[in-house]
Design a protein around this ligand. Sequence first.
Ligand SMILES: *[C@@H]1O[C@H](CO)[C@@H](O)[C@H](O)[C@H]1NC(C)=O
Ligand SMILES: *[C@@H]1O[C@H](CO)[C@@H](O)[C@H](O)[C@H]1NC(C)=O
Ligand SMILES: *[C@@H]1O[C@H](CO)[C@@H](O)[C@H](O)[C@H]1NC(C)=O
Ligand SMILES: *[C@@H]1O[C@H](CO)[C@@H](O)[C@H](O)[C@H]1NC(C)=O
Ligand SMILES: *[C@@H]1O[C@H](CO)[C@@H](O)[C@H](O)[C@H]1NC(C)=O
Ligand SMILES: *[C@@H]1O[C@H](CO)[C@@H](O)[C@H](O)[C@H]1NC(C)=O
Ligand SMILES: *[C@@H]1O[C@H](CO)[C@@H](O)[C@H](O)[C@H]1NC(C)=O
Ligand SMILES: *[C@@H]1O[C@H](CO)[C@@H](O)[C@H](O)[C@H]1NC(C)=O
Length: 231
Amino acid sequence: MAPRPRTYTLSLLFSVAAFSSLATANCNGGSLNTSSWYYSVEKYPATVFDVAQETRRGVCDIGRHNLMADVTIIPNISQQIWIPPQVCDPDNKTCLIPENNATSHCIYGGPRLYYTVNGDTYDRIAQRLNITVESLMEKSSGNMTATTALQPGQFVKVPLCEPSQCILQPYTFSSGGYKDLADKYGTTVGQIMMLSPTYNYSTSVVNSESGPTIDLPISCTALSSNITVVD
Ligand SMILES: *[C@@H]1O[C@H](CO)[C@@H](O)[C@H](O)[C@H]1NC(C)=O
Ligand SMILES: *[C@@H]1O[C@H](CO)[C@@H](O)[C@H](O)[C@H]1NC(C)=O
Ligand SMILES: *[C@@H]1O[C@H](CO)[C@@H](O)[C@H](O)[C@H]1NC(C)=O
Ligand SMILES: *[C@@H]1O[C@H](CO)[C@@H](O)[C@H](O)[C@H]1NC(C)=O
Ligand SMILES: *[C@@H]1O[C@H](CO)[C@@H](O)[C@H](O)[C@H]1NC(C)=O
Ligand SMILES: *[C@@H]1O[C@H](CO)[C@@H](O)[C@H](O)[C@H]1NC(C)=O
Ligand SMILES: *[C@@H]1O[C@H](CO)[C@@H](O)[C@H](O)[C@H]1NC(C)=O
Ligand SMILES: *[C@@H]1O[C@H](CO)[C@@H](O)[C@H](O)[C@H]1NC(C)=O
């Protein structure tokens, strides 16, 4: 198994722990279930939130333990989810992309195509990319709405700001989720997903000694103050 936490996750864990020792003074560590096991998903759709509820773990604790891209992606039937030991202060929040009312109409640097996963809607994709859903849907067929379920395994063209660029950095992923990487490297969950369209956490966690290698889009920036949107 991969040597887990890197420096940045450690400091995150420490600050959460410091906060929670106040908040959960009543938590009796001895009554926690410290077992860790593989949970096999038996129905569709059962979300990672359902699994968290059922196993009484924090959804973000599960997400990070499994190197999940995003906990809002619905697992397939028979997918194995590694359940972490129970903790006093389950984290259900810090891995979720906040509703931040995006104002951008295009992404910097690319890539051009987003590959849909289980549970996607235009709304969700736009949120992952931090662009407006209207701009993402500009070229979609008329019968689609922002919340229509999209079939997984299809390409959606993402509007690109031109001229713009990113630096691509190969990165060995050994702890956390895409939101942690996006926050640390100043990029978006959506752009990381676009660069590794078939990323599958369950195969990564089970089969890997050192963690999967993905590409990170970093330093994504406009190259002019006169930006046009390429659809
Ligand atoms: C922890 O939970 C699992 C699954 O519910 C259960 O099988 C196991 O016996 C529990 N462990 C303890 C120590 O209670
Ligand atoms: C987080 O989720 C777990 C399991 O779903 C639940 O038991 C817990 O109360 C939640 N904690 C918070 C702070 O919402
Ligand atoms: C990931 O891989 C597992 C088994 O290796 C498979 O069961 C699952 O369907 C795959 N998940 C996705 C999202 O492709
Ligand atoms: C985003 O918009 C919603 C309502 O449309 C509002 O409730 C929320 O506070 C806004 N969020 C931010 C970060 O501005
Ligand atoms: C989203 O984009 C806005 C500008 O449109 C920026 O201020 C904000 O920091 C971005 N948020 C994330 C999480 O990338
Ligand atoms: C699992 O789900 C993904 C979408 O999230 C889909 O593309 C893939 O084909 C599925 N894999 C299997 C083995 O069913
Ligand atoms: C929308 O129309 C397209 C053809 O233009 C069709 O392939 C698709 O299935 C329709 N989607 C829905 C949700 O009706
Ligand atoms: C901005 O770029 C577009 C297309 O590249 C060009 O037509 C337009 O004149 C430019 N506007 C300014 C203010 O430079």
